[in-house]
Design a protein around this ligand. Structure first.
Ligand SMILES: Cc1ncc(COP(=O)(O)O)c(C=O)c1O
Length: 686
């Protein structure tokens, strides 16, 4: 096995006083604990529901407070349901049907994936943070719709604040008075939609200057604003499609200011809207400007939401150009340079380069710092693109790099908490995040919150000015005042419409209890890294013990908290057999919904695809695992599908109790013992 180098609450009015008390108790005990176990103990429901009584108390308080809220809204209102109604046989029968339905649901739910358990090391899910879970359940009773402040006066405010918290966690400025662009953020249904939104926004921005030129080429004052890119009149479309992010925003402000001075501003705005990509559509807009289809560059490890985004936005997934990755599944900046050169030669606009901060399969960290430098250098050379970071998984790990006052923590200081983490390049990547143009970051992953909480953060809130629908049932057309609180009208500038305010409340309460810095939330994310380091060391010991029986290896060096292993039976040189063995072994870690209690440990799997590897990396993996490199091929007939990949067991190490070695709770030790047994039994059965 390769030596690892782990590079690598303000409650809303909706919350009852009793719930506040419970949450404060949770908070104060959380913040005073020194030892990791003591710190984590009040924050989760627990492996066997240990904090169930406190949870029930908090829930009951919330329900009672909600009922009081209903009663106190208009106490003079007559009840809709009378006592006589409630005594009718049909009433009792309907209630019984509800109870029966819930019992049936509950019975089915028992077959769910037990993601709360430290025995679950499969996908990106774990036990939930108790403050967030309680806030989510409490807020659902009020059912706020964060599409607009009119339907969710409390939770839209919370969502905007959560956006600011996430932005600060990533290192962005959020102070509009500071003189530098102020970031904004909001929640999405998940990372997938945040990624869609990133492309939607960056496309709107990239093509906006072309629309201005189209609409106002003959309008002297506006044409003068465009002059730096339209004179001399050569390659105008290419140059207008290559303004840097800040230049586009500055131009937008200048054009808006000019338009607002004109008596016919409304007509002029309509003229501009008629020239936009969003109005004309891809074919018409590109033909008008004689431009080829724009591309997006992402690493080969990118999440499958990216080709979906390209399809959905009508860009075509053929225009998603995959950059090669290095042997450890991190985007190779040189590969991006080559693709950018190709785009430049073909005068193809690049909408965005995407880097991943915590790849879905391996948890690896792309060199954000190198890509920031590349973006800035290319913009100076007249080839601009947005840099988006898909930190859906790894974003909350940024808490490890942030002091309570928001400043970045030096690598040496972060390093003191860990055995191997973070490598200089992982540290550089995290501390460069604020220089990206936008970031996807998911509270429902490493934020330990219920689903329905992805997140999008933009470096400059003026980005929202490039999109907008202004529906008349939300915006009064007779209201001429500038929308002072645009950020609160979420449905106007985000991709989604109706959305759960509960997600925002959950994130807000959770972030109050555990501020997003190393001293607080970072204790949980730090735990995931320590669990990974511990598992690594144990796997190394296990690999040594198994020598002679099999070769066990980590083909990808973990940067963070995902670990993949492959196992090759001793003496075997066939990749196909490694893969058959891997699948048989995984059978012992696969979730069987019919018999969840029979599962000792639940994992996940992935495959290392030959087509994503360089020749050298493929040879190194073949050598490490001891199979024949020549048999590891890119294009194979269906019959030989076992030759174009190496099947891997994948572990996501986010459960809060994993690195807990006390009183028989050493789940990682038990995991390794089970793995050893599973390997032996699989070998015996092979
Ligand atoms: C890197 C990355 N981006 C995006 C996503 C999509 O997130 P979601 O499943 O919340 O839509 C994931 C999900 O695993 C991911 O790992």
């Amino acid at each position: 096995m390769r030596l690892i180098r782990v590079n690598a609450f303000v409650p809303s009015a909706a919350h009852s006083a009793a719930m506040e008390t419970v949450l404060r108790q949770i908070a104060s005990s959380a913040l005073s604990g020194n030892d990791a176990h003591e710190y984590l103990a009040p924050l989760f429901l627990g492996t066997v529901g240990e904090n169930g009584a406190a949870f029930e108390r908090a829930l009951l308080a919330v329900v009672r407070e909600h009922l009081a809220w209903r009663r106190n809204f208009h106490p003079e209102d007559p009840p809709s349901i009378s006592a006589a109604d409630q005594r009718r046989p049909s009433f009792a029968a309907a209630m019984a049907r509800t109870e029966h339905g819930l019992r049936a649901l509950s019975a089915r739910l028992q077959r769910s994936a037990p993601m709360f358990s430290p025995r679950y090391v499969g996908h990106m899910a774990s036990d939930l943070l108790l403050p967030g879970l309680l806030a989510h359940l409490a807020t659902t009773l009020y059912n706020p719709n964060n599409v607009t402040a009119e339907t969710a006066p409390v939770t839209t405010e919370l969502e905007i604040e959560v956006g600011q918290q996430l932005a600060r966690m990533l290192g962005f400025n959020t102070d509009p008075q500071s003189g530098t662009p102020a970031a904004y953020g909001h929640l999405t249904s998940g990372g997938t939609v945040a990624n869609y939104e990133a492309l939607w926004l960056h496309r709107a921005m990239r093509f906006w200057p072309l629309a201005v030129h189209d609409a106002f080429g003959n309008d002297k004052p506006i044409a003068a604003l465009l002059a730096p890119w339209t004179r001399p009149a050569r390659h105008v479309a290419w140059r207008l499609a290559n303004l840097g992010f800040d230049a586009i925003i500055a131009l937008h402000a200048a054009v808006e200011s000019e338009l607002s001075r004109r008596p016919d501003a409304a007509a002029l705005r309509a003229r501009l809207a008629a020239a936009r990509f969003e109005r004309l559509g891809t074919a018409e807009f590109l033909a008008r400007h004689e431009l080829p289809a724009p591309v997006v560059i992402c690493p080969r490890t990118a999440h499958y939401s990216w080709p979906k985004a390209m399809q959905l936005l009508g860009l075509g997934d053929a225009q998603l150009w995959y950059a090669d990755v290095d042997a450890h599944m991190r985007i190779a900046p040189n590969a991006v340079v080559k693709l950018l050169a190709r785009a430049r030669r073909g005068r193809i606009p690049v909408l965005a380069v995407v880097a991943v901060l915590g790849t879905t399969e391996f948890g690896t960290i792309d060199p954000v710092h190198d890509l920031v430098a590349l973006r800035d250098a290319r913009a100076r050379q007249g080839q601009a693109f947005a840099l988006h970071i898909d930190a859906a998984w790894g974003g909350y790990l940024a808490t490890l790099f942030r002091h309570t006052d928001g400043s970045a923590i030096a690598r040496d200081e972060v390093r003191r908490r860990f055995r191997y983490f973070p490598s200089p390049r992982v540290h550089a990547a995290f501390t460069s995040l604020a220089r990206a143009d936008s970031v996807t970051v998911d509270p429902h992953k490493l934020g330990y919150l219920p689903y329905g909480a992805g997140g999008f953060v933009g470096r400059d809130r003026r980005m929202t000015g490039f999109v907008g629908q202004h529906p008349v049932y939300i915006y009064d057309p007779a209201d001429r005042s500038a929308s002072a609180d645009r950020l609160a009208q979420l449905g106007d500038y985000i991709l989604e419409g109706s959305k759960a305010g509960a997600a925002a409340a959950a994130a807000h309460v959770s972030h109050q209890v555990l501020p997003l810095d190393a001293e607080h939330f970072g204790r949980i994310t730090g735990h995931t890294i320590r669990a990974t380091e511990s598992l690594y060391d144990r796997l190394r010991a296990l690999a040594a013990r198994l020598r002679g029986t099999c070769t066990m290896a980590l083909p990808v060096e973990p940067d963070t908290n995902l670990v993949c292993i492959a196992v090759n039976p001793a003496g075997n040189r066939s990749l196909a057999r490694i893969n058959r063995f891997g699948r048989a072994l995984f059978g012992r870690f696969a979730l069987d919904p019919a018999r969840t209690q029979a599962s000792e440990f639940i994992g996940s799997h992935t495959s290392l695809l030959r087509r994503n590897l360089s020749d050298a990396a493929a040879r190194r993996i073949a050598r490490t695992l001891g199979f024949d490199a020549a048999s590891f091929v890119v294009d194979v007939a269906d019959a030989a599908r076992d030759a174009d990949h190496v099947f891997l067991l994948r572990h996501t190490l986010m459960n809060p109790w994993l690195a807990d070695a006390g009183e028989g709770r050493d789940f990682l030790g038990r995991y390794c013992a089970y793995l050893e047994r599973a390997i032996a039994e699989t070998l015996a059965g092979a």
